[in-house]
Design a protein. Structure first.
Length: 238
């Protein structure tokens, strides 16, 4: 059996009351927040976070897969670990692992990021700016989160408006806002899931109307977020 790869950065968190969903568990969006925080701390500690932004580059999440084995509850202490897992073409892969206080794995995730020029918004090659020991080019393509196929809208639809709360410090819709929209849609429609795959397709903008629709698929559901019939994100939950 191949030994597990070491993680390069970790941080301990306590699950707080305002991070809890109606079922007493950590919200998916709150879990996404914690992963994003650890990713940023790791990048900043090795000068490919704020330092890259100051040079005119920014990281954009393109795809993410999260599997939850046991969602923690209010007051639990958890450890979120992360590491760079290589480069596939223009994608820089980052893995996450979440453990409970006893060291048991309760969630795991793989994500694919693009490095964009802030002004042109054109993708750049990650190997030109990243430390080679963190993002080697010998990557297993199977680690890349799946690319999802679009589908035609159905009757089961919900509409929302992008609000200032959804924006991050760069005035872009935060990655986790999309997960929160999906989580709210699923709770409203009594869709339970333990695995989520999300493809970020185009950027939503402030005050834009987003229509979310869903269809059943392979033991789960496919969700689509569109604006004026233009795909913004696609999600698979099961």
């Amino acid at each position: 059996m191949e030994p597990k790869k070491a993680f390069q950065y970790e941080k301990t968190f306590e699950v707080l009351s305002y991070q809890i969903d109606p079922f007493g568990k950590l919200r998916w969006s709150a879990l996404g927040d914690l992963m994003q925080e650890v990713a940023w701390k790791h990048a900043d500690s090795r000068d490919f976070g704020q330092a890259l932004f100051d040079k005119g580059y920014m990281w954009v999440l393109s795809r993410m897969q999260i599997k939850v084995h046991k969602m923690p509850s209010w007051g639990d202490h958890i450890v979120v670990k992360t590491a760079g897992r290589g480069i596939h073409k223009l994608f820089a892969l980052r893995e996450f692992l979440v453990e409970d206080a006893n060291g048991n794995t309760i969630a795991e995730s793989m994500s694919a990021w693009l490095l964009l020029d802030v002004k042109s918004k054109r993708p750049q090659r990650p190997n030109q700016v990243l430390p080679s020991e963190l993002f080697s080019e010998n990557v297993d393509q199977e680690n890349l989160p799946s690319k999802l196929a679009d589908f035609e809208p159905v009757e089961n639809c919900s509409e929302l408006k992008v609000r200032p709360f959804d924006l991050d410090m760069n005035n872009h819709v935060n990655n986790v806002s999309y997960i929160r929209w999906v989580e709210d849609f699923c709770i409203s429609d009594s869709i339970a899931f333990s695995e989520l795959i999300i493809n970020y397709i185009s950027e939503a903008i402030l005050h834009e109307q987003i229509v979310i629709s869903s269809i059943k698929s392979d033991g789960g559901f496919l969700l689509s977020g569109k604006s004026n019939h233009k795909p913004v994100f696609l999600v698979s939950v099961r």
